[in-house]
Design a protein around this ligand. Structure first.
Ligand SMILES: Nc1nc2c(ncn2[C@@H]2O[C@H](COP(=O)(O)OP(=O)(O)OP(=O)(O)O)[C@@H](O)[C@H]2O)c(=O)[nH]1
Ligand SMILES: [Mg+2]
Length: 199
């Protein structure tokens, strides 16, 4: 069930600037530079709807895009600011925490958080912390490995298997470059929002 139409709704640097929670939504979280904005663009078949930058820490706001699924269902796709940016100041880190944790714990239309992990890097403390936090606030998480194209084909299955064992949960492999895993991810997102064949 592909995404057929998209519209940028808002770019919020503060919780009071978020749009009304009028649609089911799926948020993309993960370390800075892991590929959140790129994967969202691939899902939407757009080049630069979500801004991709060479500088890590590029996305400092919560970006809402309204997406229409092929069957007519409408959802919000949400790009969250990345964490773990090495050069971020203490103030910037606490601003990130207030914004992202405030959003994750108070958005009753949030159906799923897609947590991205670089296939070559694997999960670290921040990912475990975020999974714990999501568990506490009762928001389901889907783990997605990014940048599969950076590994040779024969290494990909082994890397995914190792990641699944490490995390102890299913992990969907993707690449924004080759579009591998994009259709499967769209299907999971649609289903989490109550659309699609599995509901
Ligand atoms: N080879 C490869 N490169 C990718 C892929 N996805 C993203 N990249 C590159 O990784 C860098 C970071 O991508 P972004 O999409 O901006 O990452 P982000 O998670 O949104 O980063 P922040 O906004 O800083 O949190 C860019 O140079 C992308 O071109 C992928 O699937 N394969
Ligand atoms: Mg980004």
């Amino acid at each position: 069930m592909p995404i057929v139409e998209t519209k940028l709704i808002s770019t919020a640097g503060r919780l009071d600037k978020l749009p009304e929670p009028s649609l089911p939504e799926v948020a993309f979280a993960g370390r800075s530079n892991v590929g959140k904005s790129s994967l969202l663009n691939a899902l939407c078949s757009r080049r630069n709807l979500f801004k991709v930058g060479k500088t890590p820490g590029r996305t400092r706001t919560i970006v809402h895009v309204a997406a229409t699924l092929k069957g007519g269902g409408k959802i919000f796709l949400v790009d969250l600011p990345g964490y773990g940016f090495a050069r971020a100041s203490k103030d910037a880190m606490s601003a990130w925490g207030d914004l992202v944790q405030g959003y994750l714990s108070n958005r009753n239309t949030l159906h799923l958080v897609t947590l991205l992990v670089d296939i070559r890097r694997g999960p670290e403390d921040e990912e475990a912390d975020l999974l714990d936090f999501l568990d506490q606030v009762g928001v389901p998480a889907l783990l997605v490995a990014t940048k599969l194209d950076r590994l040779r084909k024969h290494q990909r299955m082994a890397a995914l298997k190792a990641l699944r064992q490490d995390i102890g949960a299913p992990v969907l492999g993707t690449s924004a470059v080759t579009k591998e895993g994009i259709a499967a991810l769209t299907a999971q997102i649609a289903s989490a929002c109550g659309f699609g064949p599995s509901r």
